[in-house]
Each structure stands twice: as C-alpha cells, then as structure tokens.
Ligand binder design. Structure first.
Ligand SMILES: Cc1ncc(COP(=O)(O)O)c(C=O)c1O
Length: 279
C-alpha cells in the first residue's frame, strides 16, 4: 500500500501531494508542526500534542483551520488507514499560499494543513547511552513555539553528527537549555533538574509526562536554569522526546559523564514512562 497523506482535507499517496511554490511555509518557514508517537496502532498523548499545536499556532498569529476534535478524528482515521502499528505522525500547518511578501494578509488564511504516518522501530527495552555535542545556543527567544524554522537545530545536529555524537546540546551563556530535538535533564543530589520551558525551551510532551510522573515516584523536581558545570558534575543526565522516549547520556563532548552507565533515577523514569505508554 502506498504511504498516504492527508492534505487540506484530501487523502492521497504521499508521492502525489503538491505544495505551492508560494506557500509561506516553503518561503518563510511561516508555520508550526507536531510529531505524535504511534504505539500499537494508537496515537499516544494526541490531545496534549493538539493543545501544543493550538498554542504554537496562536504564537504565530495563525488561527487553527478546524476544531481540535475534528482534527483528532481525521488524524485517527488516517492512522488507521496507514496500517502502521509502530511509528509517528508528522503534522504541519502553514499560513498557506499567497503572493510573496513578508506581511501576511488578514484572516482568513488559506492554510496548508497536512499530516502523514511513518513507521518507526519499536522502542528498545534498554536503549544505549547517547553522546552529546555542545553547541552555543544561537536560536531565537521563542523556542516554546514548535516552529518549522529549524535551521539552527539542523546545523547543530549536523555538527554533532560530524564528530560522531548522537545529539547536540544547546548551551546559552553557560546555561544548558535543551537539545536540538529533545529536552535535557540532570539528576543532582537525587533531584531531577531541567530548564523551565519558555524563551529557550520547548514544552516537550515527553518532558511534561515525566514531570507528572515524578511525584508518584518520589522524585523531587526543580525546574530552574542549569549551569553547564553543574550538568557535567551531575550524577545522571538524560534526554527525552516523543521519538526517543528517554536516552541516558554517556558522553559530553567526548568525555564520559554520569559514571558511564544508566543511572537509577533515569531507569525508574524510563520504566514509569513505558508503563504509561503500555497502560
Ligand atoms: C527542540 C526540541 N525540544 C524538545 C523536544 C521534545 O518534545 P516532545 O517530547 O514533545 O517530542 C523536541 C522534539 O522534537 C524538540 O525539537
């Protein structure tokens, strides 16, 4: 069966979908996106993703083209038709096609809304440690918007790949913010520390779920800026995202960190997240 895409209300093979040259997403990165995980043919945390999509959309002064409940229904229907049991749904919303110009026309905009499903490997029971590559955080001050303008993240991730690392970690004037495509966490004195969401940190859905799980696990949490020197001395470090779940950090710029093995707090959170997924 060909890979299907839902685009502006029509379902067709992905290879046949077309985007206008003057789509503002293409010319200005004028749009937002979401990535939703599919486990066992079910969309995980879809409501949370659609709530963030609405916030991102409002953040760029773009009205959602349809109600969340209707969108959720369309997404569920395409996911069922795709036949993908383990995978992810990519959704993108742009301000659509209009004659090129920085100033956008008043509403209503001719949105481009699309989503499609991609298969992924099922999550590993004991994921290996990841190597981080430190990059100066030169992104804009509105990282809480899940914008499709990802060039700084793309360049950071490529810099990481070029030195054999798995992920880039952003450091903003000595403070660890997040990674190119995941949130960053450290365990310091038994407490889970992560930078607050906002100007420099995306409100990750996985991050949100992990912080919700902490009280029942008896893990204290501190949402505060975290200095690079503190992170390097932390008992444990891990990163989290929809597609990764949780990965413990084994190296930071080639240096072994966190004792070089997956720490106890990371392991407990990973197990609790897996239980949340399968439950
Ligand atoms: C910059 C950034 N931070 C954090 C995350 C993690 O967010 P989520 O858990 O919603 O996947 C992502 C995911 O793509 C990301 O791109």
């Amino acid at each position: 069966m060909p890979q299907l895409i839902w685009i502006n209300g029509r379902v067709m093979p992905l290879a046949e979908a077309k985007i206008g040259v003057e789509d503002r997403g293409f010319q200005f990165a004028d749009g937002v996106y979401e990535v939703v995980r599919i486990y066992d043919s079910k969309l995980f945390a879809l409501d949370e993703h659609l709530e963030r999509l609405a916030r991102s959309s409002a953040g760029i002064l773009l009205t959602m083209p349809m109600a969340a409940a209707k969108l959720a229904g369309e997404i569920a229907a395409l996911t069922a038709r795709s036949g993908v049991a383990e995978g992810m749904l990519y959704l993108q919303l742009t301000r659509g096609v209009s004659p090129r110009g920085h100033v956008f026309a008043p509403e209503p905009h001719q949105h481009t809304l699309l989503f499609y499903v991609m298969p992924l490997d099922p999550p590993a029971a004991a994921p290996p440690g990841v190597k981080l590559h430190r990059v100066e955080d030169d992104r804009w001050q509105r990282c809480c918007i899940k914008s499709i303008a990802l060039l700084p993240n793309v360049l950071a991730k490529n810099a990481a790949a070029a030195v054999g690392a798995d992920e880039a970690v952003f450091v903003d004037h000595g403070v660890v913010t997040e990674c190119a495509a995941s949130n960053f966490f450290a365990v310091i004195g038994g407490k889970l520390v992560t930078h607050p969401v906002g100007a420099k940190v995306l409100p990750g859905i996985t991050r949100q779920i992990l912080l919700e799980l902490c009280p029942s696990l008896g893990i204290p949490v501190s949402e505060r800026p975290l200095r690079e020197s503190e992170a390097l001395a932390a008992e444990e470090m891990f990163i989290a995202s929809t597609t990764r779940e949780i990965n413990w950090v084994s190296h930071w710029d080639g240096r072994v960190v966190g004792g070089g093995s997956c720490g106890a707090v990371t392991r407990r959170l990973h197990q609790a997240l897996r239980e949340r997924v399968t439950g």
